[in-house]
Design a protein around this ligand. Structure first.
Ligand code: BGC
Length: 418
């Protein structure tokens, strides 16, 4: 069946708004299609993607968004599928990749194209902060377009649960935090909701920031700070102590949204998670949450950035470029970030357009000390991240602290500066 141009136009917008679905099956796989590969499948993540897709539908009406999302927090499932598709020479038209070390993996493997000319053409070179551009650049070339800045070191809470335990303000030190976790434990709730491997790595990273401070924490990833120091030992001790306040029986099977459900249901007091949680709690209409910086992190902003790339041999390079232009444009960044919990990567956004949480994050991003995240690719390669995720999962089940410390040291030895 042929579709008239007008009807086809309507189909494009509807398909775009439905974020992919099975629309236009009669010409599926046509040169209009732009397959966008992410792990933003539900809740606040999908709400953010839908915002971007709506802008794409307007700005790139000649193309059609095809949703290649594979669910699983932090890309736990998507990245494996992506790796296999890339190795088989079957890339999606574009995929999400974290700025920093993770992106360098793809660049070194020759899997993504240089976008420096497009940066000039679309006026992006001055649209983003210099530090972020540096994290996207290798040998003078820029390989991806950042959609946002997320913050990883945020402590979320259920305000009613805290109030019932007599906690009126969030702790700013680890010792104060332990005292509050005791109060929650006495109330019979899970003091600190936790999920599997990568969320455990996030928690360890937050504790490392508290115990080492931002400079030494950053040094862990660039070879300046040793992993076998007494400070790292203290952080592992503190982490072990924190684990005693978590949902031991379920943490190794929980994704981050399972852990946040404990918070929403009033069964847990706190959860450490990136600020995609703000968007997800909003999307789930849970208004009783609070947020603060992880205790002891002070004025440290642990950042990561989702960016999109043009894979080598993408089947619709022109359509992908239109997607990338939307991702980097002011309208696309606003439509996406107001719903995603993140803040715009562009420096020309108006804070007043954003919800309360993001307004605070926009202010902090400008003034606080920035440190990267390994669990979300800005600090370490995918190999290093995988090794640490496995070590955390193992420690969660066997509690062997000496083995965990040895695994941290061994991973740094194997992966640092690769
Ligand atoms: C991504 C976020 C995403 C989060 C949870 C992070 O790695 O950067 O965009 O919301 O994982 O899935």
């Amino acid at each position: 069946m042929r579709t008239s141009t007008r009807v086809a136009g309507a189909l494009v917008s509807v398909c775009a708004l439905l974020a992919g679905a099975a629309c236009g099956a009669d010409d599926a796989g046509s040169t209009k299609d732009v397959e966008v590969f992410t792990w933003w499948a539900d809740g606040g993540e999908k709400a953010g993607l839908d915002g971007l897709v709506a802008t794409f539908g307007t700005d790139c009406a000649e193309y059609r968004f095809v949703n290649g999302a594979i669910a699983g927090g932090a890309g736990s499932n998507a990245k494996q599928v992506l790796a296999s598709r890339l190795s088989q020479g079957d890339p999606p038209d574009t995929f999400q990749a974290h700025a920093g070390a993770e992106l360098i993996d793809y660049i070194n493997a020759g899997q993504i194209e240089d976008l420096s000319a497009e940066y000039q053409q679309w006026g992006l070179t001055n649209a983003f902060p210099k530090g972020l551009i540096d994290n996207l650049t290798v040998d003078g070339k820029i390989y991806s377009v950042p959609a946002n800045i997320h913050r990883a070191n945020v402590l979320w809470s259920n305000r009613s649960v805290l109030a019932a335990a007599g906690i009126t303000s969030d702790a700013t030190t680890l010792e104060g935090f332990f005292a509050d976790l005791e109060k929650l434990k006495a109330k019979g709730v899970t003091p600190l909701a936790l999920g599997k491997d990568w969320t455990q790595l996030m928690l360890l990273e937050a504790v490392l920031i508290s115990d080492l401070g931002p400079e030494k924490f950053t040094g862990l990833w660039n070879g300046q700070t040793p992993w076998d120091s007494p400070e790292v030992g203290k952080a592992v001790d503190d982490y072990e102590r924190l684990l005693t306040y978590t949902n031991k029986d379920t943490r190794d099977t929980f994704d981050w949204t399972d852990a946040s459900k404990l918070l929403i249901d009033g069964k847990a007091g706190y959860q450490l998670m990136g600020d995609w949680e703000a968007a997800d709690l909003d999307a789930k209409k849970f208004t009783g949450y609070g947020f603060s910086t992880f205790p002891g992190n002070g004025a440290t902003f642990q950042w990561l950035a989702d960016s999109f790339v043009l894979p080598k041999d993408a089947s619709n390079a022109e359509g992908t470029k239109c997607w990338l232009k939307t991702v980097g444009g002011a309208a696309g960044q606003k439509a996406f970030n107001t719903k995603k919990g993140s803040i715009p990567a562009r420096t020309d956004a108006d804070s007043a357009d954003y919800p309360t949480y993001q307004q605070a994050a926009i202010a902090d991003w400008k003034t606080q000390t920035q440190v990267p995240s390994c669990a979300h690719g800005s600090a370490c390669s995918q190999g290093w991240q995988g090794a640490l995720g496995s070590a955390m999962g193992k420690f969660s089940s066997d509690g062997d602290k000496a083995a965990l410390r040895a695994a941290l040291v061994a991973a740094a030895k194997q992966f640092a500066s690769k």
